[in-house]
Ligand binder design. Structure first.
Ligand SMILES: NC(=O)c1ccc[n+]([C@@H]2O[C@H](COP(=O)([O-])OP(=O)(O)OC[C@H]3O[C@@H](n4cnc5c(N)ncnc54)[C@H](OP(=O)(O)O)[C@@H]3O)[C@@H](O)[C@H]2O)c1
Length: 319
């Protein structure tokens, strides 16, 4: 089958479009023909073995010490079930998350059916694949962790990438009053997606206080963020260093009732169903930074690795 191959860690342009054996099914798995797959900042980070400070060893322990254990990267995809399982007849269009097993940047993926969720009619393959990475993180951090509601004053640092575009839209749906932090050339996009105000980070840290600070870019550690978090408010470092995570775990409560909560996103099937429900309610729409034909997956990785893309990057695996 056609597949992206990352035989060693390297820069985003080291990923190769090539051939690999079709996956062998383990007991209980089904085969899915991939139709579209997201190429995320997370995928680029794994390819580059580049994690926030202090977490590089954990990344290598998870994905391979010297080289990627799984040479086919990719986690989030939309595809068609090839081998039937209870409740999922062959031909069902699904989205899925291979997680740390990866392998989604290929024509076929073997996966447990309980990691798959049927896609509603009307949501095309690329759009479905594009909603997951940002939608999962934004919904979890804003709804479950921060309990954002009508009138919450929210600062989103890194507002127009994949997680930011989803966070802006979900925040608007929840009734938050959001300030977006991104370069000025992206302010129009931020306003379109629901930002009430926008700030260019090149002009210095944002001035003011907010009930919730969602630090997607990872550039607001507590010593900087403390000036932005209102009394009783919360800092959510979506991208955190090891010391940031340990600091949040050991001392989650700071002065004036302020808190820090650092964690990973929950990304199981129920979380995916919630993202699809947000789409169905009209609260979440795809924002594409790029859609690439599968043979151009290297260009997709280059874009995903910049740290400045708009929304999601997707490869169209089946035309
Ligand atoms: N904790 C978790 O479980 C979890 C889950 C998902 C993602 N993440 C992490 O979230 C991070 C972002 O993901 P993403 O997909 O949204 O990235 P992305 O698509 O590359 O977007 C990056 C965003 O950060 C902004 N930005 C860049 N430099 C900045 C700076 N110095 N100050 C403020 N904003 C800046 C960019 O704006 P401009 O383009 O205008 O520069 C853009 O809006 C990644 O590190 C990823 O690993 C963590």
């Amino acid at each position: 089958m056609n597949a992206a191959l990352a035989l060693s860690y390297g820069t985003p342009d080291s990923v190769v479009f090539g051939q690999a054996p079709s996956p062998r099914l383990k007991p209980g798995q089904v085969l899915v023909a991939v139709r579209a797959a997201a190429v995320t900042r997370g995928d680029a980070r794994i390819l580059m073995a580049s994690a926030p400070a202090g977490l590089a060893l954990l990344l290598r322990l998870t994905f391979g010490i010297f080289r990627p254990r799984q040479p086919i990267p990719g986690m989030l995809f939309c595809g068609t079930v090839e081998t039937e399982s209870p409740g999922l007849p062959a031909g069902t269009r699904v989205v899925g998350n291979t997680g740390t097993a990866m392998g989604a940047h290929a024509e076929y993926v073997a996966i447990s059916p309980d990691r798959l969720v049927p896609v509603p009619d009307g949501l095309d393959d690329c759009a479905a694949a594009s909603l997951l990475f940002g939608g999962l993180a934004a919904a979890d951090f804003l709804i479950d962790k921060a309990r954002v509601r009508k009138g919450t004053r929210l600062l989103i640092n890194g507002a127009t990438g994949e997680v930011g575009c989803a966070a802006l839209q979900i925040a608007r749906h929840l009734g938050a009053e959001t300030t977006a932090v991104c370069r000025e050339e992206n302010h129009a996009l931020a306003h379109k997606l629901g930002a009430f105000a926008a700030h260019d980070y090149r002009a210095g840290p944002p001035q003011g206080t907010w009930d919730v600070v969602l630090d997607i870019a990872g550039t607001l550690p507590w010593p900087l963020a403390r000036n932005c978090v209102a009394p009783g408010g919360i800092l959510l470092p979506v991208t955190a260093t090891l010391s940031g995570i340990l600091g949040a775990l050991l001392r989650p409560h700071r002065s004036e009732g302020r808190r820090i909560f650092a964690n990973t996103t929950t990304d199981g099937p129920d979380d995916i169903r919630r993202v699809l429900a947000l789409y169905a309610e009209g609260a979440l729409r795809p924002v594409f930074g790029g859609i690439f034909p599968f043979p151009q997956i290297r260009s997709a990785y280059v874009m995903a690795g910049t740290g400045h893309k708009r929304g999601s990057v997707v490869v169209r695996v089946a035309e």
